[in-house]
Design a protein around this ligand. Structure first.
Ligand SMILES: [Zn+2]
Length: 325
């Protein structure tokens, strides 16, 4: 009798949706689905029972549909929060209302397989390093620009979590000259501009201050990060200037990271990465103006896996932890 096939489940928990995927022995995706993340917020909890029951139900449904004859070898999860992957603990996930949740153990009970968790920006980084833009690379920085900003750091093939599991929280490092109040309560954090809401904020401000003729003044209320991008690629100087300002603020932070870590590649992901060269060209220009010797050595690229990076990374994280890769 042939040995039973094994599958791995990847789980990417987002503030809005949770995406789950089944992966075969070669870590190829064979099926995926999503369901709304039931936030416990504003009541903080250390045991989000209704969410975890729903998660287990959805995983079982997915396995029955795509891998009915297979054995579940492990599950990997990416979580937006302060995560101790070694202990399987989520100390804090503000947007989910989670506080000291022993997540790996709680999910393990429900799925009857080993469960490994990690901060989502780190699973994204692992996904890009093992199956995406940084395939085969060992020294990687992956920065995600979405509603917030965070960076995943890989040094010599190992993800860096930091002493308090907060490594890479670059979004809350302040930028000189910025005075916007951040959601975290501090003033001038990078993510007050280098994020989708940040683009809108800068665009509205540019329109209000009459910084020059711009397509954006046609409908100031309807401005989105995407409309600013569209204006920029149509030659709108004010819109392009917004992306240059963001690229420079991000570049300042990343240049320190480059000096400290000497990465081979910097990957830019998250929704704002869709701006492509509008953002990446001024970012590269800035970094190579600071480090001319790295031109031709350090690569600065857009995420290859896009929205799927977290899911693919979560599955690879589990596969790595059980020694399959
Ligand atoms: Zn902040």
């Amino acid at each position: 009798m042939a040995a039973m096939k094994e599958v791995i489940v990847g789980i990417d928990i987002g503030g809005t949706n949770t995406v789950i995927g089944v992966f075969d022995e070669q870590l190829k995706a064979i099926g995926q689905d999503r369901f709304p993340t039931l936030s416990e917020f504003p009541n903080r909890t250390d045991n989000p029972v209704s969410y975890l029951d729903e998660l287990a139900k959805q995983v079982r449904k997915l396995l029955a549909a795509y891998a009915p004859e297979s054995r579940l070898a492990a599950a990997g999860m990416g979580v937006p929060g302060q995560v101790d992957g070694g202990k399987g603990m989520v100390y804090d996930a503000t947007n989910l209302g989670w506080d000291h949740v022993p997540l790996a153990r709680l999910v393990q009970h429900r799925l009857n397989c080993p469960v490994f968790i990690e901060h989502d920006v780190r699973t994204i980084t692992l996904g890009e390093a093992l199956a995406g833009a940084a395939k085969g690379r060992k020294d990687v920085i992956c920065v995600t620009l979405g509603t917030g900003v965070a960076a995943g750091i890989m040094v010599n093939g190992a993800l860096v979590a930091g002493s308090d599991f907060c490594a890479g929280e670059i979004g809350h490092d302040d930028v000189q000259g910025l005075e916007y109040v951040c959601n975290c309560g501090k003033v001038g954090c990078l993510e007050t501009i280098a994020s989708a809401p940040g683009v809108v904020r800068l665009a509205r401000e540019a329109v209000g201050s009459n910084s020059g003729e711009t397509l954006l003044s046609d409908s100031p209320e309807g401005i989105t990060a995407h409309s600013v991008y569209l204006a920029a690629i149509h030659g709108d100087e004010v819109a392009a200037g917004i992306f240059r300002k963001i690229a420079e603020a991000l570049g300042q932070k990343l240049s320190t990271a480059v000096a400290l870590l000497n990465p081979e590649i910097i990957i830019v992901g998250g929704g704002l990465a869709n701006a492509g060269s509008v953002l990446l060209t001024p970012l590269s220009d800035y970094l190579f103006s600071k480090f001319p010797a790295y031109r031709g050595k350090l690569e600065i690229v857009r995420s290859e896996l896009g929205d799927a990076a977290g899911l693919i990374g979560a599955a690879h994280h589990a596969a790595k932890r059980i020694g399959r890769i």
